[in-house]
Design a protein around this ligand. Structure first.
Ligand code: GLN
Length: 491
């Protein structure tokens, strides 16, 4: 069988539904591709060959017996290892959850399965999704398929690399401050963080609950739309998921960019922005103009406070969410400790990596008596100002476009020992999490070193349709999809 591997969701779905290829053949081809490239890319924490093939067999049986096929029937999908998968280890990239096997599926995983998707594996990530390079995984280092000596971005680095390397057409990631969009940008694929509340967080292991969202990465904007269609929507098991109808996202794709009003915030094009990134994003903006959109320079004046605000709120919430890893209920437990206090200390000292410890300490500090008002409360107030910046701008705009990340993919080791430098790579993405807005990165060019550059399209709350519509229009002109990484290069 040919054509299935490297194909889009629409292509795979039509091969399966017409019977030109079986779901089992498609699954085998993708598993084979993964076996071939994993020694170089290391996107997966675990490949689920047996269960994937048995899911694929079920799809084939349904087809033979004339049962209706779901919208993702036979489509291989990878899932970030922060999403609970029933009976399958879910490590969150951490030693503390090395042996943790959930007894239930996250809602988005259950919805993928119901739609006929074949879950082929769990992808590598920064420990508890804290990081921007996947170097904070307690396990392997995932490599960028475009340059194997560079990071794939993070924290959903495995999910982005798996798609870029042709191992799966789409994957799920999670995004608390950029963790879907930044690795999508680094790996040259589209990836979307939906509006806070659009996708259920049930079964997503919590990092910072007021910022976390699950979202899709794919080979094309259409694939992102197809996965979003399946995972979006209200879930009674997540009280923060919005009880709103889910629009037909595919219908939004063909509408073009004519007449759209696009804001270009000047604060996102300041010093610190790599000139090659700026050139690629500006050429994407010119294409939008050529397609009939109107560009307007705008100001989002509180942007400069976004990084400190994010790192106060995210660490505060993380310190409270991660208190559950006490060695008692689940996960790692230190051996031969017989008192409660020392058990907590030893378990957490052994189980958490240094970035997680740093965040728990920072978060505990900003929440502690005497500092709460100065940091956490102040952070919440500035968060409101940042949200209001966007609300004001969107009064007369359809979308806002920015670079996704100030630089292209950096080299291993370049930032990992300098937390501040690493935190600054989130400067253009954390604002959306603070404001709860949807955003998608799409590839808009390559640097001289052949590294992908991403541009970020931001929409109003719950207006993923506009983000997808503009993304699809630009993608059609930028034609980045024809360029694929060779998987043997360094830079
Ligand atoms: N890189 C950011 C952080 O380290 C964002 C992570 C994320 O979105 N999960 O917090």
């Amino acid at each position: 069988m040919s054509g299935a591997c490297g194909g889009t969701i629409a292509e795979i779905r039509s091969l399966v539904s017409s019977g030109q290829a079986s779901a089992v053949e498609i699954c085998r081809a993708h598993l084979q591709r993964a076996r071939d490239v994993e020694p170089r890319v290391k996107a997966f924490r675990a490949l689920l060959e047996e269960s994937a093939l048995s899911q694929a067999e079920t799809i084939d049986r349904d087809r033979r017996e004339g049962r209706p096929l779901g919208p993702l029937a036979g489509v291989p999908i990878a899932v970030k290892d922060v999403l609970c998968t029933r009976g399958v280890p879910t490590t969150c990239g951490s030693l503390i959850l090395r042996n943790f096997v959930p007894v239930y599926d996250a809602t988005c995983v259950a919805r993928l399965r119901q739609a006929g998707a074949v879950i082929v594996g769990k992808t590598n990530m920064d420990e508890f999704a804290m990081g921007s390079s996947t170097e904070n995984s307690a396990y392997e280092k995932t490599c960028n398929p475009w340059a194997l000596d560079r990071v794939p971005g993070g924290s959903s680095g495995g999910s982005a690399a798996a798609v870029a390397a042709g191992e799966v057409p789409a994957s799920l990631g999670s995004d608390t401050g950029g963790s879907i969009r930044q690795p999508a940008a680094f790996c040259g694929i589209p990836g979307m963080k939906p509006t806070y509340g659009r996708v259920s967080r049930y079964g997503l292991v919590a990092f910072a609950s007021s910022l976390d969202q699950v979202g899709p990465l794919g080979l094309t904007v259409e694939d992102v739309a197809r996965v979003l269609q399946v995972i979006a929507g209200h879930d009674p098991l997540d009280s923060t998921s919005a009880p709103l109808p889910v629009p037909d996202y595919l219908a939004a794709l063909g509408k073009g960019a004519r007449g759209l009003r696009i804001g270009v915030p000047k604060e996102y094009f300041r010093s610190g922005l790599d000139p090659e990134v700026e050139t690629a994003v500006r050429s994407g903006l010119k294409i939008a103009e050529r397609l009939g959109a109107r560009l307007e320079e705008i100001s989002l004046p509180h942007t400069e406070y976004a990084i400190p605000t994010y790192y106060i709120i995210a660490t505060a919430e993380a310190s409270s969410n991660l208190a559950r890893y006490d060695g008692v209920r689940y996960g790692h437990r230190a051996h031969d400790v017989h008192q409660m206090g020392p058990l907590y200390v030893r378990t957490r000292t052994e189980g958490f990596g240094s970035e997680v410890k740093r965040r728990v300490m920072l978060g505990t500090y900003v929440l502690s008596a005497g500092y709460y008002d100065a940091y956490y409360l102040k952070g919440q107030k500035v968060r409101t100002l940042i949200r209001q910046d966007f609300e004001r701008a969107f009064e007369k705009l359809d979308a806002i476009v920015t670079p996704t990340s100030p630089t292209p993919a950096f080299r291993f080791g370049e930032k990992v020992d300098d937390p501040l430098a690493m935190y600054l790579s989130d400067i253009f993405t954390v604002t959306l999490n603070l404001a709860g807005l949807p955003g998608m990165s799409i590839p808009c060019g390559l640097t001289r070193d052949h590294l992908p550059v991403g541009m970020q399209i931001i929409g109003r709350r719950f207006d993923e349709e506009m983000v997808l519509r503009l993304g699809a229009a630009l993608e059609g002109e930028i034609k980045f999809g024809a360029r694929r990484p060779s998987l043997d290069g360094t830079s």
